[in-house]
Ligand binder design. Structure first.
Ligand SMILES: Cc1cc2nc3c(=O)[nH]c(=O)nc-3n(C[C@H](O)[C@H](O)[C@H](O)COP(=O)(O)O)c2cc1C
Length: 360
């Protein structure tokens, strides 16, 4: 059953298995390599473990440093089509920069993957944040309001094509004659739509066009307010419910000694700090002092600046329970080593999450 309707009270999906390094900026040999065989193994293992979806990262150029993190990256629509063909139950998303693909083509590609997957496809829309990636397409990365205005026009066209209507469109960015698509999506009225964005503009976009707002969160205390803001934006847009999910990187080992040793190995022995500085400057305006901020640097290295959950199986299960208690509807998991992470999830975490009532 697709992610939106499946009975799991707290959704768990796999994030970033299509790009080298995933969400961990290191040169550790067990990090993800982004080969096709590995992508298939990870998706099939995730499905066997009962995880809800695969969500790729959209990346066109790496972040430099020794690892050149994410430099090797499968294009996500074709990746999703392939993953859909080798799985049966798990939902499969593509993550798409709106400025990288014409909306008429996007609508048809999405419908095609929806048919390949028999109604398990989701479109994760990203506005982008790395200027070089958008410049590759001969465009400038627009400033935030303009970026979302572009995304809105793009998404309106995609959604309208999914209705089967034939229409002309005279907009700011697109002028179309007789835009149309057949077949219709298997999922009616539309495939699942997710938007990855943190700003109020991102929440407003999600409220109007998406089923899920994918946000970044850094701390349990502010999460309820972040989530409330998304819910309020959804209400303002006349929508009952927009799910809110966030990426987390999990480092789980059986004992504190093993955790400390693996953390040190990942962050200090193999961590790519130069790459972390590059990523930091892409993410944070005025980031000159990032290198001196140990906490931020470690978070960049370990989790690509995302939320980290570190501990023994009991501690990780408890932490996930606390995340669920903030009002989050689910999290997108990544690990320093995906195949090991999924095996440990199935063996050590799933029984505890079932006991906590978070998974069926
Ligand atoms: C959870 C999450 C996942 C994201 N994934 C990607 C991605 O795969 N590729 C990308 O270029 N940007 C990604 N982004 C960044 C968005 O493109 C960026 O946030 C966008 O410009 C929206 O701006 P906003 O966060 O200010 O709303 C992601 C953002 C979030 C919050």
């Amino acid at each position: 059953m697709r992610l939106l309707e499946n009975p799991n009270p707290f959704k768990l999906v796999v994030f970033g298995s299509n790009v080298s390094g995933g969400c961990n900026l290191s040169t550790a040999p067990e990090r993800i390599q982004a080969t096709w065989e590995e992508s298939v193994r990870i998706a099939q293992a995730a499905e066997a473990a009962g995880l809800d979806a695969m969500i790729p990262i959209s990346r066109w150029v790496g972040f430099g440093g020794t690892s050149n993190h994410n430099d090797r990256a499968f294009e996500t629509c074709t990746w999703a089509a392939g993953i859909a063909a080798v799985t049966k139950e798990i939902s499969v998303f593509a993550t798409v920069h709106v400025q990288s693909i014409h909306p008429v083509r996007m609508a048809k590609e999405a419908v095609t993957i929806d048919h390949i997957s028999n109604g398990r496809f989701g479109l994760n829309v990203v506005a982008g944040y790395v200027p070089a990636e958008i410049e590759m397409f001969g465009q400038d990365l627009l400033e935030r309001d303009a970026r979302y205005a572009y995304a809105e026009e793009w998404m309106q066209i995609v959604r309208r094509i999914w209705t089967g209507e034939s229409f002309d469109h005279e907009g700011v960015h697109f002028q179309l004659k007789g835009a149309y698509g057949n077949p219709l999506p298997i999922q009616q009225p539309a495939p699942m739509v997710m938007n990855a964005g943190n700003s109020p503009q991102g929440s407003a976009f999600s409220a109007r066009f998406a089923d899920i707002n994918f946000i970044n969160m850094h701390n349990l205390d502010v999460a309820p307010d972040q989530i409330a803001a998304v819910r309020a934006a959804a209400r303002d847009a006349g929508r009952d419910k927009v799910l809110v999910m966030a990426p987390i990187t999990v480092l789980m080992r059986d004992t504190q000694e093993e955790i400390d040793a693996y953390y040190h190995y990942l962050v200090y022995e193999h961590g790519d700090w130069e790459c972390a500085c590059n990523l930091g400057s892409a993410l944070v305006e005025n980031s000159t002092s990032i290198r001196d901020n140990k906490m931020v640097m470690e978070r960049l290295v370990l989790a690509m600046n995302g939320y980290q959950v570190i501990g023994t199986p009991n501690e990780v299960a408890d932490h996930i329970r606390q995340l669920a208690a903030t009002g989050l509807d689910g999290v997108a998991l990544s690990w320093p080593d995906y195949e090991d992470g999924i095996a440990r999830y199935q063996r050590d975490l799933l029984p505890r999450l079932r006991e906590a009532g978070l998974r069926v």
